[in-house]
Design a protein around this ligand. Sequence first.
Ligand code: F7E
Length: 304
Amino acid sequence: MARRVALEDPSRRLGRIGPVLGRLHLHAASLESFPSIYQIFRAVQPEECYHLAAQSFVSYSFDDEFSTLNTNINGTHFVLAALKDVVPKCRFYFAGSSEMFGKVTEIPQIETTRFHPRSAYGISKVAGFDLTRNYREAYGIHASSGILFNHESPRRGFEFVTRKITSGVARILAGQLNELRLGNLEAKRDWGHARDYVEAMWSMLQQEQPDDYVVATGKSHSVSDFVRNAFGLVGLDPKKFIVTDPEFYRPAEVQILVGNAAKAQATLGWRPKTDFAGLVHEMVITDCASLGITLPSAKSAETG
Ligand code: F7E
């Protein structure tokens, strides 16, 4: 499902899924329109539905709480309500988020850790998680939530810190940038590869019983660690380029996230295949290649 505006301009709006576009049938709809979602369920009669759509940039949710809450909460409600009416046997996946844990009450976080979201985005994901569980309990829908920790790849949007850093490294090497402005360098995240996390989502819907699962690597690194690794790969000294800028700090920060995916491992047989160093390397190499800079492809040792 994609918005009409994206379908009208696929090369610009859908560029990141360019390689698979020919194998997809995209339907025009909007999360803001219940009838448009309802019609897609009627036309497609899906067996599985993966609901990942959202305003997903935490920082932006401080600038516009209203649209984040509206789109994310109502959107999830619309999808669930239409699914229940039209295709109640369809299996449903909801993209929950580690941002639901927010100001964490225990380390590492597991499925039963108390939620304390620190942004409108986190609050909207808690609401979506509760809606999903309620459709499971009240209406018997095969509805599961993944509580996914940060998952990255070369397709990540440029505003997120990982891609901001790896694309920044490439632009510095290409002579297009001479400083990289970042916010809180001490924040710690459990960063994994999106490719691995998608396998966990799929696996949840292949189970006989729906359930909720933490999906994480179990290792946490700071933004500084990410910077050191990315710059280190190309032999640049980050101290010469990184500038901390209050503009990129958040009014309420989530300081540390690290998940324990033991349940996903035991039930789904899931474990991540790409580690932190491999992730940083793949992202740096891809961003450099897009600017015509070739780096050695051997995986570097983790330095952070
Ligand atoms: O920030 C810090 C920032 O924007 C990571 C989304 O996919 O994962 C993602 O949310 C950390 C934060 O991702 C900059 O303060 C420092 O502590 O890359 P991010 P996020 O907020 O963790 C979760 C699981 C989701 O569900 C979300 O949808 O990095 N940070 N300096 C910065 N962050 C950004 N964006 N830009 C900076 O300059």
